[in-house]
Each structure stands twice: as C-alpha cells, then as structure tokens.
Design a binder for this molecule. Structure first.
Ligand code: KIV
Length: 288
C-alpha cells in the first residue's frame, strides 16, 4: 500500500517516495523487441483520481476508457460518451498518477470523419488532461488517421477485434473472429494499425488463434482483453476485476467481491444510524 503526503491547502496527495519517471509511449513500445515481450505489460482502466492513485503503482498504463459511459454514467453503451466526459475523467486520472502512462479513449464521433477531425479532438484531449496518448477503435479504415496523428506528436493505441463503439454494426458484444473471413480481417486490421505507427494495440474479444497470429505478426505490443494469454500484456475494466457488478464477461477474472463488501458496509452503517449507535463520542466534536 502506498503512503501519501497530503498538501492541506490543495488536498493534493503525493505518494512517498515519489516514483522516479512516468512510463512513455516509446518505453512501452520498447518492451517488445524481436517479437517478444520479456515482461507482460499491465494495464487497467481508471476514471477517477483516487482509483488512479491506488492502481498507479501496479500498472504500466492506465486507460481512461470510454467504458466509463456504462461504468460511471449508467449509459447503455459507449456511443453517447462525449469529449467533455473523457477530458474531465482524463484530467482526474492524470492528477492521481505519477508512474503509469495515462491513455484516454477518443469517444465515438470524435475521430472517424477525417484525420484532421481526429487531430483536433486528440490534441484537445491531450491539452485538457495532460495524458500522454489516445486510443481509438478501428482497423484498416483508421490506419491513415493513426499515421496522421503519430506523425504529429500524438501517440496512438489502436483497438481491434470487438470494438464496442461499433456495437450497432456488429450487432452485440460477442467474441469476434469465429469465421475465417472475419478472423483474417481482424488480423489485417491489426497489421494496418501497426504499420501506421500505433505504439501498442488493444485486441478485444477474439479467438485465441487470432491473438496468437496478431501478437506474432505485429511489431507493437499487443494488449489483450478477452484475447487469451498469447498477448504481450493484458487490460481489464477495473470495476469488473473488482467484482462491482453482478454480471461480468467470461474473460474477466474477479479478484475481489467489492459489491458484496460495499453492501455489507452500507447495511452496517444503516443499522447503526437507525439504532443511534453511530456516531459515538469518537466521531463527535466537543470543547477540549
Ligand atoms: O473503454 C474501455 O475500457 C476499453 C477497454 C475495455 C480496452 O476500451
């Protein structure tokens, strides 16, 4: 557990000791050499300052995913997520982290129209949050955009396979690539994004064989989510991994049962308030 020093004028907490240097896009990219990643890359999602503080010492990258639409805002999908939401949460996560590279998702509608549109939105996200990279979904069709951004100072993480922003085209969130044609297309997508200069690539919800072929076939590290152990690293939605929701996808391992523990804490609090056993003198201001 990290310890934090609190600046009481700003309430800003700084970890002690302060971590030396933040991970960068080149340092993440360099973790894969000659097609191999010695130490797998660890990535989790974070949407808030405090969660970022807690996850930061353990992660190479923190992703401010547009999954915040469902996880934080209760939206039905990532489609309604706005740049303003991503900027507010992105800035909070940057404020709560010192070690991990922070990447922010480009929301649906903020980059698909043209490379110029993508540059305007990505540069806004970087200026307003202080993040070091953006992530965008899509394969071959997005390759010119990835190249445009990378050549203009914006490190890009690609995202292929199950791309949740395309849910209306895909028809759901099921695993992709069960058929040969689709499998080949996903592999071609990853290769196109790799050649375009993405410094790493998220591969989501695909058959193991596809993840294997992509991980072996691209130069950039491949970060899997529901994509087997064949990848160069892994990412999960933190709230899924903590067990905050009743239902989690099959590929998620629950490392905690936090929903149950929150329920138990809330029930204990409610019982003590109703029985007047909280607050006690310990929580009461009295003259000294
Ligand atoms: O939005 C998100 O959280 C993501 C991860 C699931 C990779 O894109």
């Amino acid at each position: 557990m990290s310890t934090f020093t609190i600046d009481t004028s700003t309430s800003r907490a700084t970890p002690s000791p302060v971590p030396g240097k933040r991970m960068t896009a080149p340092s993440i990219r360099a973790r894969k050499a000659d097609g191999r990643t010695e130490q797998p890359i660890v990535m989790l999602t974070a949407y808030t300052m405090r969660m970022a503080q807690l996850l930061d010492p353990h992660c190479d990258m923190l992703l401010v995913g547009d999954s915040l639409g469902q996880v934080i805002y209760g939206l039905p999908s990532t489609i309604p997520v706005t740049i303003e939401m991503m900027c507010a949460h992105g800035a909070a996560v940057v404020r709560g982290s010192w070690h991990a590279l922070v990447a922010v998702d480009m929301p649906f509608g903020s980059y698909e129209a043209s490379p110029e549109q993508a540059f305007a939105c990505a540069s806004r996200i970087m200026k307003e949050t202080g993040c070091a990279a953006v992530k965008l979904e899509g394969g071959e069709a997005m390759a010119p955009t990835v190249e445009f951004l990378s050549h203009r100072g914006i490190p890009v993480i690609g995202h292929v396979g199950l791309t949740p922003q395309a849910v209306n085209v895909l028809g759901g969130y099921g695993a992709r690539g069960r058929e040969q044609r689709e499998a080949e297309k996903i592999i071609a997508d990853a290769k196109a994004i790799d050649s375009a200069g993405a410094f790493c690539i998220v591969v989501e919800g695909v058959m193991e064989q596809i993840a294997t072929e992509i991980s072996r076939g691209v130069a950039a590290p491949v970060i899997g989510i529901g994509a087997s152990s064949q990848c160069d690293g892994q990412v999960l939605v933190t709230e899924d991994m903590l067990g905050l929701f009743e239902r989690t996808p099959r590929f998620v391992k629950r490392y905690d049962d936090i929903a149950r523990r929150i329920g138990e804490a809330a029930a204990a609090y409610a019982e003590e308030v109703r029985s007047r056993s909280f607050p006690t003198p310990d929580q009461t201001y009295r003259p000294k």
